[in-house]
Design a protein around this ligand. Structure first.
Ligand code: AR6
Length: 185
C-alpha cells in the first residue's frame, strides 16, 4: 500500500529492513546502543562491526531519542538508532515516548540529508507495545511530519510478517479515509 502526503510517498511493505536500499534505515535499539535481538541483532549482523564501533563512541541514549551512524556493509547508507519504550500498561508515557522515537528519527534523517528512510515497527517485538496502538502512533506521527516542510521524499515501513502488514494497512486505510491530505495511489 502506498499513499502520497505533500511531496512525499509513504509505503507499507512486508520484508526485512536490512535489505532496503535507502538513505537511512531505522534500528529499534535499546538504551545501551550495544546491540540485541530482533531488528537490532539483524542490523548489526548484516552491517558489520563499523556500526557497533560508532555506537560505542556515542554511548547510550535515553528512550525516545535517536542517533545516526554509518550503514557499514548494509545497502542503506546510514542507520538511525532509536529507542522505543517498553510497554508496561500504557500509563507510563509509552505513547508519548513512541511518538518521540519516530519524530527524533525523522529529525536525524533531515539533519543528515537523508531523503529516503525505512522504519521497522518500533517497540512491537521484545518491547510488547500493542501492534494496533503502535501502528496508529507510528503512522500519524509520520503523516503529520510529512505535512510540514521536509526534504524527506520517501518513507517506507518494512513489516516483518503479514499480521503486522495487515494491521498497518488497516490503520492507514482508517487514517486516509478521514484526511483529505492523504492521497491514495
Ligand atoms: N526487519 C523488519 N522487521 C523486523 C526484523 C527485520 N529484520 N526483525 C524483527 N522485526 P524488536 P522492539 C520486527 O524486538 O520491540 C532488541 O533486542 C519484529 O517482528 O526488534 O523495539 C533491542 O536491542 C517486530 O514487529 O524491537 C531492544 O532491546 C518489530 O520488528 C529490543 O529488542 C520490532 O521488534 C527492542 O524491542
Amino acid at each position: 500500500m502506498k499513499v502520497i502526503i505533500g511531496t512525499a510517498t509513504l509505503e507499507l511493505v512486508e520484508g526485512d529492513i536490512t535489505r532496503q536500499t535507502v538513505d537511512a534505515i531505522v534500528n529499534a535499539a535499546n538504551t545501551t546502543l550495544l546491540g540485541g535481538g530482533g531488528v537490532d541483532g539483524a542490523i548489526h549482523r548484516a552491517g558489520g562491526p563499523a556500526i557497533l564501533e560508532e555506537c560505542r563512541k556515542v554511548g547510550g541514549r535515553p528512550t525516545g531519542e535517536a542517533v545516526i551512524t554509518t550503514g557499514g556493509n548494509l545497502p542503506a547508507k546510514q542507520v538511525i538508532h532509536t529507542v522505543g519504550p517498553v510497554w508496561r500498561d500504557g500509563s507510563h508515557r509509552e505513547p508519548e515516548l513512541l511518538q518521540s522515537a519516530y519524530k527524533n528519527s525523522l529529525i536525524q534523517a533531515e539533519r543528515h540529508r537523508c531523503s529516503s528512510i525505512a522504519f521497522p515497527s518500533i517497540s512491537t517485538g521484545a518491547y510488547r507495545f500493542p501492534l494496533d496502538k503502535a501502528s496508529r502512533i507510528a503512522l500519524s506521527t509520520i503523516i503529520d511530519h510529512l505535512k510540514g516542510t521536509t526534504p524527506i521524499t520517501a518513507v517506507r515501513f518494512v513489516l516483518f510478517d503479514s499480521a503486522a502488514r495487515a494491521t498497518y494497512e488497516k490503520t492507514l486505510h482508517h487514517l486516509s479515509a478521514e484526511d483529505k491530505d492523504i492521497k491514495n495511489v
